[in-house]
Design a protein around this ligand. Structure first.
Ligand SMILES: [Zn+2]
Length: 283
């Protein structure tokens, strides 16, 4: 038997807060894999629709789509059958039998658990390594918020971004037109800068999806990063997805997520580029 993965708590462990968060992260991963499976059929069928007469290329594309899809299904099955996920289901069933009032569940965020659990793990790893101090970040007080905003404004000047603030800069409204529609975001920096909330204003798709994708961003305590991510909704050229390569996913939804990637330049320096993704194509 392979060595147990230390990332995964054993099913016997008690259902304390840490265990529940880890369970939510497992379910979030499962959901992401499931979302990816929606692409299985389109991926297999697409080469046959391409109109290409190059039989070898056609077969290669078809085989690639089929094998990739098979792999995704296998991975999903393995996650579903894993001890971790099964123990979550078991716990949920037992809990439901005890009390079938699920209304409290509506208050629980659907996304962001994978990141939260990763971060907590990093922190405890650092503590284990002899209590090295955590990376010291500038406290997100009024002065720091203003500094970050000013720096960002300079960077996007003349590019069509409207920005206004309320509540001593703790509430920031960013608005711009991208792909023929106006996007409006409200950022709220909570007291002492402990949490940065963001919502995409507007009802229905794609606004709901964009809201979910910015909320589930990495580095969720980094205001400058969030502002750059919002700007990427306007500045990313061509909106095809960096994962599946298509403009629209099978639900004819556009790319509603933006994620950054570090690149190495020829001169050895590194840079950040932003890419577009479908919500279902996020890792
Ligand atoms: Zn995609």
């Amino acid at each position: 038997m392979s060595a147990p993965n230390s990332d995964q708590p054993t099913p016997q462990s008690t259902w304390d807060e840490e265990r529940c968060k880890s369970a939510l992260a497992s379910l979030e991963r499962l959901q992401t894999q499931l979302d990816t499976l929606r692409l299985v059929m389109p991926r297999i069928v697409e080469p046959l629709n391409s109109g290409s007469t190059d039989r070898a290329a056609l077969f290669a594309a078809f085989a690639k789509g089929t094998i990739g899809s098979q792999r995704d299904i296998k991975e999903f099955r393995a996650t579903w059958q894993s001890q971790e996920v099964q123990s979550v289901f078991e716990h949920a069933r037992a809990s439901l039998e005890k009390d079938d009032d699920l209304s409290a569940g509506a208050e629980v965020a659907q996304f962001g658990w994978v990141d939260a659990v990763e971060k907590e793990r990093e922190r405890s790893k650092r503590r284990e390594k002899g209590g090295q101090p955590e990376e010291v970040k500038a406290k997100l007080d009024a002065e720091e918020i203003r500094r970050v905003l000013e720096e960002w404004k300079v960077g996007v000047e003349g590019k069509g971004f409207a920005i206004s603030t309320k509540e001593e800069d703790r509430e920031i409204l960013v608005s711009f037109v991208a792909g023929g529609m106006r996007l409006k975001f409200r950022i709220v920096v909570e007291e002492e800068g402990k949490r940065i909330g963001v919502e995409c204003l507007g009802k229905g798709s794609p606004f709901t999806s964009i809201g979910k994708c910015v909320t589930s961003r990495p580095r969720d305590d980094d205001l400058a990063y969030l502002l750059d991510m919002l700007a990427a909704y306007r500045t990313v050229k061509g909106n095809s997805c960096a994962k599946c390569g298509k403009m629209l996913d099978e639900a004819t939804m556009m790319t509603t997520a933006r994620r950054s990637r570090q690149t190495a330049n020829a001169d050895g320096s590194s840079g950040t580029i932003w890419e577009a993704f479908h919500e279902g194509c996020l890792e």
